[in-house]
Design a protein around this ligand. Structure first.
Ligand code: PLP
Length: 460
């Protein structure tokens, strides 16, 4: 394996951060000003996790291109961490939203578009009944409440180091046999995470079976492929086992497609013919306008509808949920952006990106791996693809994180992001993750691969 020195990475990072700041005086100044009115200096905490010392402030974005307030232009491979998977300012989505804006954004009444949307979601994902919420976090929270309501069971099961949004019950991990809230979770959420959640490793059928056997778990929540600590594929037969064990123990199965929608127009549920009881999809479902969809099987829907008068169900969603603009955005994105035709173009481009990175890893003997789900490509500083969440804790030593001084990313990760930004490429922060959207071109991918090659040649 090739040798990479941590010292070399740190000195290059200093050089690149200097250039990053010099080329972005307006963003830097805006960030300094924003620190006086926003907690941590940004309207939302994750806008602060970009590398370089401060986030770039956006002037505008279109398709796969983004311009900052200093006039720098970027190929946007982050695409709002999947929120903008359809591409920024997608023409048909923008037109549909604008038309609906002119007719009222929110009325607490349904529109005719909602009929098309409900019927299309059933056709795409197979589940018969739907609700529309504002975010995937919202939808997962509501789904878990509904699962408890219909099963009368209190606990949920989440996989170790999975992420499903700001959902307290899922922000739990098991470290060296101890259940705890994930470090950094806002909290403490409840005194004892074991009172809400059981955690097992992904791909461990025996552990799953043991955890569900007491028949006190309302719902297993999972992504088809784990995405939030790197891409972790299920072993062959894992989903079949998961479905069989959940059915046998009377446990509901929630599939969260919020990131795996990058696998195809019906996500990996569609690609693999999965049969969840509950399905959640947020982020890009309305082309980036806030919206999420939550699907239920027949039995859950009829229990929910009859349990108490459904319209008097408190604690589920909110006044703005299912608003007319969100519904119009969903209709437009499902019709024009999240289409088979678009995925058939995006996925081969992502394959070219994956192949290019694999060649670099091989040529420079880096001992890293690269993985892909549909149009999502990610590499990590580990020799082998992980099979479970905790496998990803063993990042390469030259990238090791000092969580209190460094934040979430190690120095190599920071260097890659700042280096790419200085060469006109935005990657998703905290990941070496890139998304190919409908407007991404082969030239964009070549630019990214060239920047990576230049960087690796400097450090390896
Ligand atoms: C798999 C998954 N589900 C749900 C969410 C929550 O989405 P949001 O932050 O839009 O509520 C995320 C966020 O990254 C996610 O990765």
């Amino acid at each position: 394996m090739g040798q990479i020195s941590r010292e070399k990475i740190i000195s290059l990072l200093a050089r690149e951060e200097k250039k990053f700041a010099a080329d972005r005086p307006k963003s830097k100044q805006m960030f300094e000003r924003a620190k006086n009115c926003y907690v941590g200096g940004t309207p939302m905490s994750w806008m602060r996790i970009w590398m370089g010392g401060f986030p770039v402030f956006v002037e505008k974005a279109e398709g796969a291109t983004l311009w900052d307030v200093d006039g720098n232009k970027y190929v946007d491979l982050c695409l709002g961490d999947t929120g903008a998977l359809c591409g920024h300012a997608h023409p048909e989505v923008t037109a549909a939203l604008s038309e609906q804006f002119g007719k009222g954004i929110t009325h607490m009444l349904p529109t005719e578009d909602s009929l098309w949307v409900g019927e299309e979601l059933t056709r795409r994902f197979g589940l018969p009944y739907w609700q529309i919420l504002m975010t995937a976090s919202d939808a997962n929270r509501m789904a878990l409440k509904a699962a408890r309501e219909v099963t009368g069971r209190k606990l949920i099961l989440a996989f170790n180091f999975s992420y499903h949004g700001s959902v307290d019950e899922t922000l739990c991990v098991s470290l060296m046999g101890n259940m705890m809230h994930i470090p950094g979770a806002m909290g403490p959420i409840v005194a004892n995470p074991a009172s809400t959640t059981r955690v097992v490793e992904f791909n461990d059928v025996a552990a799953l079976e043991k955890a569900l056997e007491p028949r006190d778990i309302a719902c297993v929540i999972t992504e088809p492929v784990m995405t939030n600590v790197g891409i972790i594929y299920p072993d062959p037969g894992y989903h079949e086992a998961l479905r069989a064990i959940t059915e046998r123990t009377g446990t509901l199965l929630l599939i969260d497609e919020t990131h795996c929608i990058c696998g195809g127009p019906a996500g990996m549920t569609g690609e693999w013919g999965l049969k969840p009881d509950i399905l959640v999809l947020g982020k890009p479902v309305a082309g980036g306008f806030p919206a999420a969809v939550l699907g239920f099987n027949e039995a859950i829907a009829s229990k929910l509808a009859s349990r108490i008068p459904w319209h008097m169900f408190f604690g589920f969603g909110g006044t703005l949920s299912g608003n007319a603009a969100a519904v119009a955005g969903i209709k437009a994105s499902l019709t024009h952006a999240l289409t088979r035709e678009n995925f058939d173009r995006m996925i081969p481009l992502a394959q070219q990106m994956e192949n290019g990175i694999a060649e670099l890893i091989k040529e420079f003997e880096l001992g890293w791996y690269v993985a892909r789900i549909g149009c999502r490509v990610e590499f990590r500083f580990l020799p082998d693809p992980p099979r479970k969440g905790s496998d990803t804790l063993n990042d390469a030593p030259y990238n090791s994180v000092d969580i209190f001084n460094d934040g979430l990313s190690g120095p190599l990760e920071k260097l890659i992001h700042v280096y790419c930004a200085n060469r006109g490429i935005l990657l998703t922060p905290v990941h070496e993750m890139a998304l190919v959207g409908p407007a991404t071109t082969i030239e964009d991918i070549k630019l990214y691969l060239a920047a990576l090659r230049e960087l690796i040649a400097e450090i390896a």
